[in-house]
Design a protein around this ligand. Structure first.
Ligand code: HEC
Length: 134
């Protein structure tokens, strides 16, 4: 989780990379079905950066439809299922990181379960913690 604290660095504006960086990309760590590297995305330069991008992509593809881009529970399907507002102090204060991970893995109420690699679940927990008070 400490690696995610490094998110203060904005993505490179140029997206330049050298071809020798490319062999660091581990295709196996890409999120399960249907995920392809978006063609415009920058090639990750470090495992931490790659994990951050994978987490972001997973959130946008698998979570934002209900929880919204920021986490307010206002995605297109959010109101229908009453998706939790993950930015709320009150909610953030009462759950542990382990509770969040369990909800993602096992599902909860109207939320389906997600079979994701540990690294992605951990990344999502960190991303959700960063939503507090937004
Ligand atoms: C189909 C809509 C839907 C999708 C997609 C969805 N959620 Fe949810 N989520 C919900 C609903 C509804 C709840 C409220 C569940 C309850 O408390 O009964 C919820 C609750 C949660 C909670 C709070 C659980 C708790 O312990 O209170 C977390 C954390 C969460 N979602 C994370 C995620 C993440 C991460 C993803 C993507 C991997 C995701 N959700 C995808 C609908 C969704």
């Amino acid at each position: 989780m400490a690696a995610l604290a490094g998110c203060d660095r904005p993505p490179s504006p140029t997206g330049e990379w050298s071809p020798k960086d490319h062999d660091r990309v581990d295709e196996n760590s890409r999120v399960q079905s249907g995920a392809q590297a978006p063609s415009k995305s920058k090639t990750p330069t470090s495992p931490a950066e790659e994990a951050r991008q994978l987490t972001e992509m997973t959130w946008q593809r698998q979570c934002a439809a209900c929880h919204g881009a920021v986490g307010h529970g206002d995605g297109p399907n959010g109101p229908m299922v009453k998706a939790t507002n993950l930015t709320a102090d009150e909610w953030q204060a009462k759950v542990s990181d382990a509770d969040i991970a369990t909800s993602i893995r096992k599902g909860k109420g109207q939320m389906p379960k997600f079979d994701l690699p540990d690294s992605v679940v951990g990344g999502l927990v960190g991303r959700i913690r960063a939503m507090r008070g937004r």
